[in-house]
Design a protein around this ligand. Structure first.
Ligand code: ZN
Length: 138
Protein backbone atom coordinates (compact mmCIF):
# COMPACT_ATOMS: atom_id res chain seq x y z
CA UNK A 1 0.00 0.00 0.00
CA UNK A 2 1.22 3.49 -0.83
CA UNK A 3 0.85 6.38 1.60
CA UNK A 4 1.34 10.07 0.83
CA UNK A 5 0.64 13.33 2.58
CA UNK A 6 1.09 17.01 1.88
CA UNK A 7 0.15 20.18 3.74
CA UNK A 8 -1.30 22.99 1.63
CA UNK A 9 -0.84 26.53 2.99
CA UNK A 10 -3.32 29.36 2.59
CA UNK A 11 -3.21 33.01 3.59
CA UNK A 12 -6.62 34.44 2.73
CA UNK A 13 -6.50 38.28 2.73
CA UNK A 14 -10.11 38.64 3.98
CA UNK A 15 -11.84 37.42 7.14
CA UNK A 16 -14.02 35.00 5.19
CA UNK A 17 -13.65 33.30 1.79
CA UNK A 18 -14.32 30.11 -0.12
CA UNK A 19 -11.39 28.84 -2.19
CA UNK A 20 -11.70 26.06 -4.76
CA UNK A 21 -8.73 23.81 -3.92
CA UNK A 22 -9.62 20.97 -6.31
CA UNK A 23 -6.60 21.67 -8.58
CA UNK A 24 -4.15 21.54 -5.65
CA UNK A 25 -5.73 18.32 -4.36
CA UNK A 26 -5.49 16.80 -7.85
CA UNK A 27 -1.78 17.74 -7.90
CA UNK A 28 -1.33 15.88 -4.60
CA UNK A 29 -3.07 12.85 -6.07
CA UNK A 30 -0.81 12.91 -9.14
CA UNK A 31 2.28 13.18 -6.91
CA UNK A 32 1.13 10.24 -4.77
CA UNK A 33 1.07 7.78 -7.65
CA UNK A 34 -2.06 6.19 -6.12
CA UNK A 35 -4.62 4.96 -8.66
CA UNK A 36 -7.05 3.10 -6.37
CA UNK A 37 -7.65 4.25 -2.79
CA UNK A 38 -8.94 7.03 -0.56
CA UNK A 39 -8.05 10.69 -0.15
CA UNK A 40 -8.67 12.61 3.06
CA UNK A 41 -8.55 16.40 2.99
CA UNK A 42 -9.00 18.30 6.26
CA UNK A 43 -8.57 21.79 7.62
CA UNK A 44 -5.92 21.83 10.38
CA UNK A 45 -7.44 24.88 12.07
CA UNK A 46 -10.63 25.19 14.13
CA UNK A 47 -11.86 28.31 12.33
CA UNK A 48 -11.63 26.89 8.77
CA UNK A 49 -13.42 24.13 6.87
CA UNK A 50 -12.97 21.78 3.98
CA UNK A 51 -16.19 20.84 2.20
CA UNK A 52 -17.51 19.70 -1.17
CA UNK A 53 -20.12 21.57 -3.16
CA UNK A 54 -20.76 23.49 -6.36
CA UNK A 55 -18.38 26.20 -7.63
CA UNK A 56 -21.14 28.72 -8.25
CA UNK A 57 -20.85 32.32 -7.05
CA UNK A 58 -24.55 32.72 -6.22
CA UNK A 59 -24.38 29.68 -3.97
CA UNK A 60 -21.27 31.01 -2.24
CA UNK A 61 -23.11 34.27 -1.57
CA UNK A 62 -26.02 32.24 -0.18
CA UNK A 63 -23.65 30.32 2.11
CA UNK A 64 -22.17 33.57 3.36
CA UNK A 65 -25.61 35.03 4.12
CA UNK A 66 -26.87 31.81 5.73
CA UNK A 67 -23.78 31.40 7.93
CA UNK A 68 -23.94 35.05 8.96
CA UNK A 69 -27.59 34.59 10.04
CA UNK A 70 -26.69 31.46 12.03
CA UNK A 71 -23.58 32.92 13.67
CA UNK A 72 -23.25 36.68 13.10
CA UNK A 73 -19.75 38.06 13.53
CA UNK A 74 -21.04 41.25 15.19
CA UNK A 75 -21.57 42.10 17.95
CA UNK A 76 -18.63 40.05 19.21
CA UNK A 77 -19.79 40.75 22.78
CA UNK A 78 -22.65 38.25 22.30
CA UNK A 79 -20.17 35.36 22.56
CA UNK A 80 -18.47 34.13 25.73
CA UNK A 81 -15.49 32.91 23.66
CA UNK A 82 -14.91 36.48 22.65
CA UNK A 83 -13.77 37.43 26.13
CA UNK A 84 -10.27 37.17 24.75
CA UNK A 85 -10.84 36.65 20.99
CA UNK A 86 -13.22 37.98 18.35
CA UNK A 87 -13.64 34.78 16.36
CA UNK A 88 -16.37 32.79 18.14
CA UNK A 89 -18.53 33.04 15.02
CA UNK A 90 -15.69 31.49 12.98
CA UNK A 91 -15.59 28.43 15.28
CA UNK A 92 -19.37 28.00 14.86
CA UNK A 93 -19.25 28.47 11.07
CA UNK A 94 -16.44 25.93 10.84
CA UNK A 95 -18.49 23.41 12.78
CA UNK A 96 -21.46 23.55 10.44
CA UNK A 97 -19.38 23.56 7.23
CA UNK A 98 -17.29 20.64 8.45
CA UNK A 99 -13.68 19.72 9.09
CA UNK A 100 -12.89 17.28 6.26
CA UNK A 101 -13.89 15.40 3.17
CA UNK A 102 -13.02 11.89 2.02
CA UNK A 103 -12.95 11.22 -1.72
CA UNK A 104 -12.60 7.88 -3.49
CA UNK A 105 -9.75 7.50 -5.97
CA UNK A 106 -10.58 5.48 -9.06
CA UNK A 107 -8.34 5.08 -12.07
CA UNK A 108 -5.94 7.70 -10.69
CA UNK A 109 -8.65 10.39 -10.55
CA UNK A 110 -10.80 11.93 -7.83
CA UNK A 111 -14.11 10.06 -8.05
CA UNK A 112 -16.31 13.16 -7.67
CA UNK A 113 -19.88 13.70 -8.77
CA UNK A 114 -20.56 15.87 -11.84
CA UNK A 115 -20.64 19.23 -10.01
CA UNK A 116 -18.59 18.38 -6.94
CA UNK A 117 -15.59 20.57 -6.16
CA UNK A 118 -13.43 20.69 -3.02
CA UNK A 119 -13.37 24.00 -1.11
CA UNK A 120 -11.35 25.55 1.65
CA UNK A 121 -13.72 27.63 3.77
CA UNK A 122 -11.99 30.42 5.69
CA UNK A 123 -13.88 32.09 8.55
CA UNK A 124 -11.08 33.94 10.35
CA UNK A 125 -8.48 34.72 7.71
CA UNK A 126 -5.64 37.19 7.23
CA UNK A 127 -3.15 34.64 8.57
CA UNK A 128 -1.44 31.48 7.41
CA UNK A 129 -3.36 28.24 7.81
CA UNK A 130 -2.92 24.68 6.60
CA UNK A 131 -4.95 21.92 4.98
CA UNK A 132 -3.78 18.30 5.20
CA UNK A 133 -4.12 15.97 2.22
CA UNK A 134 -3.57 12.30 3.09
CA UNK A 135 -3.77 9.62 0.43
CA UNK A 136 -3.65 5.84 0.88
CA UNK A 137 -4.04 3.09 -1.67
CA UNK A 138 -2.15 1.40 -4.42
ZN1 ZN B 1 -11.14 31.39 18.92
Amino acid sequence: MKSYHQELWFNVPTRRAFVNITPQVEQCLAASGVSEGLLLCNAMHITASVFINDDESGLHHDYEQWLERLAPHEPVSQYRHNGYEDNADAHLKRQIMGREVVVAITGGKLHLGPWEQIFYGEFDGRRKKRVLVKIIGE
